[in-house]
Design a protein around this ligand. Structure first.
Ligand code: G3H
Ligand code: ZN
Length: 288
């Protein structure tokens, strides 16, 4: 199944596919294992920095091996790519989806570069996600309350033109969501503007993406999927699980020096987060 077919099926059946960002082989193992176990489509995402750490070609090859070994149509997406050069590099090594994030640029510039990327990517049958609206935060534990202003949010009025002129296949939306999740000390809930999402849904037929998936109020996520979100990006939850798993492994086996005897503990920890998300997003058992 191509990424386009995977999104289409999710759209028609009102569930969402999880995009799980990775920067270690252990996270890849966790996501792939759970996807196989639950018979679910998944998207593996890497930001530019995550790809740099893993090696862009390395991760593309690892995912291609996993597709063949497991018989899974795993999507590999460049997440928040910031330039045409990076997008071309990712496509060149085997990514089958790319996200160009020009949201920090003036709208006209964002439109122009996104359009150029779509032309290039579509000539190679690669799916493109674009983005308008400003997403704050970063994929870590956030220690201060984030102040989201109306002007940061994706404007339903700009969406139709953006999609039409650029030709993107999917759109990253800013609805009050942010990258990262609040620390226990900060508390507070990450809430999204569902009325705005409904207006965006009415303005375009493109596939809609929810970024900053960690920490968003679960009931709202459920509603967002019913309104039309087909892809949910999750990173911080997995990073927190990685650390929790690592601490657990070292505590349980204080004398152990063999990595492959320590790391299964953290793979399990990441895996249980992925499992919960896939079930919650409704994509469990949806692979043909
Ligand atoms: O693009 C990646 C995601 O938006 C991750 O966000 O770290 O809040 O889960 P998150
Ligand atoms: Zn994101």
């Amino acid at each position: 199944m191509t990424p386009f077919e995977i999104y289409k099926k999710a759209h028609e059946n009102k569930y969402a596919i999880g995009q799980f960002n990775v920067s270690t082989l252990e996270a890849v193992k966790a996501v792939v294992r759970v996807a196989k176990e639950l018979n679910a489509s998944v998207i593996i995402g890497t930001s530019e920095n995550e790809a740099k750490y893993l090696g862009m070609k390395n991760i593309a090859d690892i995912i291609e091996n996993a597709r063949q070994e497991m018989g899974l149509p795993i999507v590999l997406n460049l997440d928040h790519g910031k330039s045409l050069e990076k997008v071309k590099e990712a496509i060149g090594v085997g990514y089958n989806a790319v996200h160009f994030d020009g949201s920090a640029l003036p709208l006209e510039e964002n439109i122009a570069i996104t359009k150029e990327i779509v032309e290039y990517a579509h000539s190679k049958n690669i799916l493109v996600e674009g983005e308008i609206g400003h997403l704050q935060g970063s994929s870590s534990v956030i220690k201060e309350t984030i102040d989201i202003k109306e002007g940061d949010l994706t404007s339903p009025e700009q969406v139709a033109n953006f999609v039409k002129v650029t030709g993107i296949d999917s759109l990253g939306t800013a609805l009050g969501n942010f990258h990262g999740m609040y620390s226990k000390e900060v508390g507070g809930e990450e809430k999204i503007d569902l009325e705005r999402l409904k207006k965006i849904r009415q303005a375009t037929e493109t596939f809609l993406v929810l970024h900053g998936g960690s920490g968003i109020n679960r009931e709202q996520v459920k509603e967002a999927i019913q309104i039309g979100i087909v892809k949910i990006n999750v990173n911080t939850e997995l990073r927190v699980a990685f650390r929790r798993g690592l601490e657990k492994a070292l505590k349980e086996k204080p004398e152990e020096v063999v990595p492959y005897r320590l790391f299964p503990i953290l793979i399990d920890e990441i895996g249980s987060v992925v499992k919960e998300d896939i079930s919650f997003f409704g994509s469990e058992g949806k692979l043909i």
